[in-house]
Design a protein around this ligand. Structure first.
Ligand code: NDP
Ligand code: KPL
Length: 345
């Protein structure tokens, strides 16, 4: 291993994780170990095929420096500590294992910086609690990256990220910022990507929620792409815009000054010819678990706690919780039976 390269572990190598692995390795300043799960066998056998608008349309059989089936245990395997762990699983705190449980064996206290490249709010809280001496870094990503089948990635929207430190009381602000800036430097080693430092993590996360809390959630319930939602007009007028306005009000009540023009811009942000289905809709269609709590539940709770009325988002939250329960039952992690504490028994 080149001693000057950062050691990066990627946990959750699907769409976003694979594109991160590729950017980090090919930038030349990082050596990547990537953890694969259901796609492990396919990637071990044939590597990864990538069709990328930024890195090339015909990347075949690519592999990062090391691939793993499970998260390494740094102490038991006597490994050199990782400088960064990049987490690109879907973040689903309502279904164990949690992100903190998943990555714990690979974290070296006081050394490893943990980068959460995941949508949603309050995702850092359990990590700050579990890893009080490690920098926790936020990446808000606008990439379009999808694993169409195991090891086959379509990257069709530019890799744009805003990266900054979450507050961790056990880590000095200077050390946290330095870790975030180093991550930007190794990720965007060529300087060609729109991957930049932004210290206002709270603003960046609420701003992204204007899209995700509205379009992702409504798309997941309706199984509709964002173009068809806009063509319907009703879906925008009765669901998407009202949720966006609720998110803007909740953000403002929490000290984040989102401006009045944001909803109208975000409604029209997707190109009119892509017929794009947000990630939560893709998960709903695959019967996968959805990121309901981080993208819908947390902003709803934050807004309502400040007295903001959020009736549209609350309704959609209830619908999504019902769909998630159906997915849980189908996957055998929930059984339809009465419990004594159920008020509707
Ligand atoms: N895709 C996109 O374009 C964008 C996504 N995001 C956000 O980025 C994050 C990642 O999304 P995305 O890349 O689409 O997700 P994907 O579903 O494509 O990839 C997630 C990967 O994590 C793996 N995984 C889940 N749990 C574990 C675990 N316990 N151990 C090891 N691997 C695990 C999954 O494996 P398996 O397949 O076996 O479940 C899968 O390979 C999400 O928070 C999403 O909201 C943000 C912007 C754009
Ligand atoms: C819209 C997108 C792809 C990023 O901009 C996203 O965040 C999602 O689908 O969850």
């Amino acid at each position: 291993m080149a001693q000057d390269k950062a050691r990066v572990l990627i946990v959750g190598t699907g769409g976003v994780g694979t594109m991160a692995a590729y950017a980090l390795e090919t930038g030349g300043k990082a050596e990547v170990t990537a953890v694969f799960r259901s796609n492990y066998a396919a990637v071990e056998k044939d590597g990864i095929d990538i069709d990328s608008i930024e890195h090339g349309h015909d990347i075949k059989g690519w592999r990062p420096t090391a691939i793993r089936k499970t998260v390494p245990n740094v102490k038991e395997e006597n490994l050199q500590p990782f400088d960064f762990i990049l987490v690109t699983t879907k973040n689903i705190p309502d279904l164990p294992p949690t992100v903190a449980d998943i990555i714990e064996p690979a974290v070296t206290a006081g050394k490893t910086a943990i980068v959460l490249s995941q949508n949603g709010l309050n995702i850092e809280k359990p990590l700050v609690e579990r890893f009080p001496t490690n920098p926790i870094i936020s990446s808000i990503s606008y990439i379009g990256a999808t694993e169409k089948s195991h090891g086959k990635i379509i990257h069709d929207d530019a890799d744009a990220q805003k990266i900054g430190p979450f507050t961790n009381p056990g880590v000095s602000p200077a050390a946290a910022e330095a870790a975030a800036r180093r991550y930007v430097a190794i990720y965007n080693a060529t300087g060609k990507l729109d991957v930049t430092f932004d210290g206002d993590v709270k603003f960046v996360r609420w701003r992204k929620l204007v899209y995700n809390s509205s379009f992702n959630s409504v798309a997941a319930v309706l199984r509709m792409d964002t173009c068809r939602m806009r063509m319907s007009q009703h879906v925008i007028d009765d669901l998407v815009r009202p949720i966006m306005l609720e998110i803007v009000a909740a953000a403002r009540a929490n000290g984040v000054p989102l401006t009045d023009d944001v909803p109208e811009k975000v409604i029209r942000v997707d190109p009119t010819d892509t017929f794009f289905k947000p990630s939560m809709c893709q998960d709903a269609e695959k019967g996968n678990f959805m990121e309901i709590e981080t993208i819908v539940g947390e902003p709803l709770r934050e807004g309502e706690a400040k007295g903001v009325a959020m009736p549209t988002l609350r309704t959609v939250y209830g619908l999504l919780k019902g769909i998630q329960l159906q997915h849980r039952e189908k996957k055998g992690v929930w059984e339809a039976k009465w419990t004594p504490d159920n008020p509707y028994l």
